[in-house]
Design a protein around this ligand. Structure first.
Ligand code: DAH
Length: 344
């Protein structure tokens, strides 16, 4: 009996040792400690033993059962611990690994120019106004002193939807819309950036869609010298303090008198070079004193109020400032071009 119990114990402990998972361990537990297991059997057969042997074998059977149970239990917790360790190891993150680089975008050069121009004029007391890109014939032309059949309409080939609706050809209609909102009471002091559209064949300097920034200042006693002062301040802040401007007489139906404004060439300092076609000057915008009829049509008394207006092309400003040779770069979205305008 004694040997049989010892053999059982050794056999069970060996199987515990070999069990590689909880399932195998459970099989050992059932086989040796279960109700139909060999130890239970020994305990059941105790009745056949002599009175001296009975307590000894009984004690021994209990000890063997306890040892097996203890080993099964400790092996079970060891297996559980190992499983947790394995899971932790497989899920661990190496926080010292370098991260994957994130591709950050950059501000589009046209957006950057618009923001810079806005900042310059906000600093001079202007606010920003906007208008619709689909415009009526009235605001795009008539309210700007361009009645139907006026020959100056040919200066801007247009995309029409209907007789009365078109894609705006310039940002000047925002002048009329803004003045109407002020209901004849100045001062009006706004700049209006936005997209404009013209039926043009695209090439290095023309695009059927581009951007303009309009300016309008209406108040009592606004004079041409105010226009010149504001534009000079702007040109020096945008292009550089050493730059000069000059005004040349021109014609726009919505201003009288009208001027074209040049800035001194940044390449040659005004001495003449290839960039400025040897004139020393580069044209940057159109401007003038708001025509009395434009003031009147938008509800302002032209005997009391006067104003100046100007309009400039954003692409042109950007091309001059960043030395870009083709307007199409702004719209073809080549990241090699765009990435050069990363701001820090
Ligand atoms: N609207 C003109 C154009 O697109 C630009 C312009 C010229 C705007 C003179 C003005 C201005 O406000 O006074 O060609």
């Amino acid at each position: 009996m004694r040997e049989k119990l010892e053999a059982l114990r050794d056999e069970a402990l060996e199987k515990v040792k070999q069990a590689e998972d909880k399932k195998a361990l459970q099989e050992v537990r059932v086989a040796y400690l279960g109700k139909k297991g060999p130890i239970t059997e020994v305990l059941r057969g105790m009745g056949k033993l002599s009175a001296e042997e009975r307590p000894v074998i009984g004690q021994m059977a209990n000890d063997v059962r306890d040892v097996i149970k203890e080993q099964v239990d400790s092996k079970e917790s060891a297996l559980e611990e190992a499983a947790i360790e394995a899971q932790l190891a497989s899920e661990s993150i190496d926080v010292t690994l370098p991260g994957r680089p994130v591709q950050a975008g950059s501000t589009h050069p046209l957006t950057a120019v618009v923001e810079e121009v806005e900042d310059a004029f906000i600093g001079l007391g202007f606010s920003v106004a906007e208008g619709p890109e689909i415009e009526t014939d009235y605001y795009n032309f008539e309210a700007l002193n361009l009645p139907k059949d006026h020959p100056a309409r040919d200066m801007q080939d247009s995309f029409y939807f209907t007789e009365e609706l078109l894609l705006r050809t310039h940002t000047s209609p925002v002048q009329a819309r803004t003045m109407e909102r002020y209901q004849g009471k100045g001062p009006v002091k706004v700049i209006c950036p936005g997209k404009v559209f013209r039926r043009d064949d695209d090439d290095a300097t023309h695009s059927h869609q581009f951007m303009q920034i309009e300016g309008l200042y209406v108040d009592e006693n606004v004079r041409m010298s105010d226009l010149k002062g504001v534009l000079e301040t702007f040109a020096k802040s945008f292009f550089g303090a050493e730059r000069e401007i000059r005004l040349r007489p021109s014609f726009f139906p919505f201003t009288e008198p009208s001027v074209e404004v040049d800035v001194s060439c940044g390449m040659c300092g005004g001495h003449g070079c290839r960039i400025c076609k040897h004139s020393g000057w580069i044209e940057v915008l159109g401007a003038g004193m708001v025509h009395p009829r434009v003031l009147e049509m938008s509800g302002f008394d032209s005997t009391k109020y006067s104003g100046f207006a100007f309009g400039m092309g954003v692409e042109r400003l950007a091309m001059l400032k960043y030395d870009i040779d083709d307007i199409r770069h702004f719209y073809t979205n080549d990241v090699r071009f765009l990435a050069q305008f990363k701001r820090n």
